[in-house]
Design a protein around this ligand. Structure first.
Ligand code: SF4
Length: 708
């Protein structure tokens, strides 16, 4: 596969940040640099870009931090030295073979990212599951969307977002919970704002422990106590049933589980729910009234529900509101999870999680395993799910895992309980880091560093939150000896002696992936690069025989992907299993994003304009709490949890509940120090089904910093 091709002077692409997936036009200037503009012809954003998207070119033009050539050390006490690609990959293949032969295939793992392109995910997944014989491939999407994946699958029979963005302009009620799309999915939010501004009958309910910018246009803000989402959703469900505001015909004919659900939600009075959630009974009833009156009802959510030890239950309790009211499979209605990362969806399509096989096939289904194994022609697929994100680092810590290959992500800022991850990387026998930047903390633990091509330096595809698959052009050459991630993985697979990794180009990888989806629910067997380049983007499914004319909205026939073809209403308990606050740790910490930064800032942190919004890490705390602690605005607070410590400046805000504090998740060593990292504090307990960590809830203490 060749990585060096001529480039065009103007090309289409997709923003590489959030899951909205905005269309971008890249202009290549005579001096080799690029500029970007929003693509007016792209259906998602119609020319608009947010602050992050508008500044994409800086991250490509500024090569000052780029890794330019492979580096390696033969033992942990040696310094890194420049080596050739062959030396780096030969040695890594030899080390991997040694571990696999001695300790078995589960002694190695790949930890990737929702920012990888679909083709990259595909080849990693094929390599480890189809040839090495382990399912130890997970990604940082585990930290982001896995609770939504499980929720969709349990409720609808398939991991699928049933709505499309064009449903926004057809809805008259939005229920936004555990999300701040005004900052984190800005262009999609501008569509909601414009629709609401033009239609006074359109209503918005926001559920969030903080008053965020999303609340600015809300008709009702339910400022709940953190962690009480299931109780709230059940209480709303109860009032809907009491009021007769459910779609009895839909429930009767197209769902199962309603009786059990109804019995459960009536076990708790609305007054009780009000006390637990910290919102008034009348507001709960008003929310239910708005839902009962809606003709088009869209629920939107993201990390506030997903990143929880009960994330799947939170998802199910929310989807229940769409199901009992019949607001699914019709214009302007349905559950719309907002994907955090640009290609978390594409990664799931190729099976790029430790418990998945390609095209959303099930690892625990012997027929599915056999189908994939025959298609790939490799080894027998292991029926045992692999290690998920947090489990990988625990396994490095206790020695079960010997080698880890980390690409396109910076776990030393992004993982919960990051001190545990630090210990794990210190103990790891062999660490491969495949990266674009020389900044991430992970590099200091690497035995091999592999320089990767960045956005606009490689071609491929991504899928956004509405199942829209788009082609990204290569516009500029990667610097130095950097290579596209898929090419690095394929070269390594060949060094391991495996057949089936000699692709002519990225189009050939995509063609193989598309073929493997045939006859599944996410069938895109009719799709290829030519169609994507011509149409700019398509939504899945995209079958060979295009008998589905419009795949923009799913379940218009009310036939769900469950064996009974009925959607499942789940009677999920509203039990509380997060870490409890106590006298030693009396505050609840919740973490999140800020408007102008992306993840651990290895890209957005390079852009001066984006650093102006917030120039340094901070903790948001209610003025009454701060007064009790005798800490003023701008003073340094020391925040401790059972796992670690953070020192950051205080921002007083009456927009957060008393007893709750907020830390942005972006800062780490890239633009600060390791006492800025919110994840020093967070808890690595995980949802038992989705294995997603409890980022949004842990017990902490706050004191004013005083010099020792
Ligand atoms: Fe990029 Fe998301 Fe902003 Fe669109 S909304 S420009 S995809 S970061």
């Amino acid at each position: 596969m060749s990585s060096k091709k001529n480039t065009d002077t103007r090309a289409t692409s997709i923003c590489c940040y959030c899951g909205v997936g905005c269309g971008v036009l890249i202009n290549k200037e005579k001096n080799g640099s690029i500029t970007v503009e929003g693509d007016k012809n792209y259906p998602v954003n119609k020319g608009m870009l947010c602050s992050k998207g508008m500044n994409l070119h800086y991250t490509v033009n500024d090569k000052s931090d780029r890794l330019l050539y492979p580096q390696m050390r033969y033992n942990k006490s040696m310094p890194m030295q420049r080596v050739s690609w062959d030396e780096a990959l030969d040695r890594t293949a030899a080390v991997f073979k040694t571990f696999i032969n001695k300790y078995g295939p589960d002694s190695v793992a790949f930890y990737a990212s929702g920012q990888c392109l679909t083709e990259e995910y595909y080849v990693i997944n094929k390599l480890i599951k189809g040839f090495i014989g382990s399912n130890n491939m997970d990604t940082n999407s585990r930290l982001c969307m896995s609770s939504a994946v499980a929720g969709y699958k349990m409720a609808l029979g398939e991991d699928c977002v049933p709505v499309c963005y064009d449903d926004i302009e057809l809805a008259d009620l939005f229920y936004v919970t555990g999300a701040n799309p005004a900052w984190c999915h800005p262009i999609l939010w501008r569509r909601v704002e414009a629709h609401k501004a033009a239609n006074p009958n359109v209503r918005l309910i926001v559920v969030d422990p903080r008053v965020t910018d999303t609340c600015a246009i809300a008709d009702l803000h339910l400022q709940i106590n953190p962690g009480t989402d299931v109780t709230l959703n059940h209480a709303i469900g109860r009032v809907l049933i009491e009021n007769g505001d459910i779609d009895a015909h839909f429930v009767q004919n197209h769902t199962e589980g309603f009786e059990k659900y109804s019995a459960l939600v009536f076990q708790r009075t609305v007054a009780e729910a009000s006390r637990i959630c910290g919102v008034t009974e009348s507001d709960i009833r008003l929310a239910a009234l708005y839902i009962g009156e809606a003709k088009g009802f869209i629920t939107m959510w993201t990390m506030g529900l997903n990143q929880s030890v009960v994330g799947v239950n939170k998802n199910l309790s929310l989807i229940n509101l769409n199901l009992i009211t019949g607001h699914i499979g019709k214009p302007g209605s349905g559950p719309l999870s907002l994907t955090g990362q640009p290609n978390a969806m594409g990664g799931r399509e190729v099976g790029g999680l430790a418990n998945l096989l390609p095209a959303h096939r099930d690892m625990n289904n012997p027929l599915h395993r056999e189908e994939v194994q025959k298609f790939w022609g490799g080894t027998t697929i292991n029926p045992k799910p692999g290690l998920t994100a947090t489990e990988m680092f625990e396994a490095l810590n206790d020695g079960r895992l010997k080698a880890i290959w980390i690409l396109c992500t910076n776990p030393l800022t992004s993982m919960p309980n990051v001190r545990m991850v630090e210990e794990a990387l210190k103990k790891a026998k062999y660490v491969v880091v495949q990266e674009i930047s020389n900044k991430p903390e992970t590099l200091q633990y690497a035995d091999v560093i592999l320089p990767a091509a960045a956005w606009a330096e490689k071609e491929g595809t991504m899928t956004n939150s509405e199942r829209r698959i788009s082609y990204l052009n290569k516009v500029v050459e990667p610097p130095g000896e950097a290579l596209p991630d898929s090419e690095i993985i394929c070269r390594f697979a060949r060094k391991m002696g495996y057949n089936g990794f000699d692709y002519k180009d990225a189009a050939a990888i995509y063609a193989e992936h598309a073929k493997l989806t045939a006859k599944t629910n996410i069938d895109i067997s009719g799709l290829n690069y030519d169609i994507l380049k011509e149409n700019r983007s398509v939504q899945w499914p995209y079958l060979k025989k295009r008998y589905i004319k419009d795949s923009s909205r799913l379940f218009t026939d009310k036939q769900f992907y469950t064996p009974s073809r009925k959607a499942r209403i789940h009677a999920v308990p509203d039990e509380f299993t997060s870490e409890r606050a106590d006298n030693d740790f009396p505050f609840i910490l919740t973490t999140g994003r800020i408007r102008d930064q992306w993840h651990t800032m290895s890209k957005t942190g390079k852009v001066n304009k984006l650093n102006q919004h917030y120039q340094q890490a901070f903790v948001e705390i209610h003025p009454d709490d701060a007064a009790r602690l005798a800490i003023g605005e701008g003073e340094v607070a020391v925040i401790t949890s059972r796992r670690g410590e953070v020192h950051v400046k205080v921002r007083l805000s009456a927009q957060i509940k008393q007893g709750v504090i907020f830390l942005p998740m972006h800062w780490g060593k890239i633009l600060g120090n390791d006492l800025n990292r919110a994840n020093n504090l967070t808890n690595d307990i995980i949802d038992p089904i989705s294995k997603e960590p409890d980022f949004k809830y842990c017990a902490v203490n706050v004191v004013k910093f005083s010099k020792p």
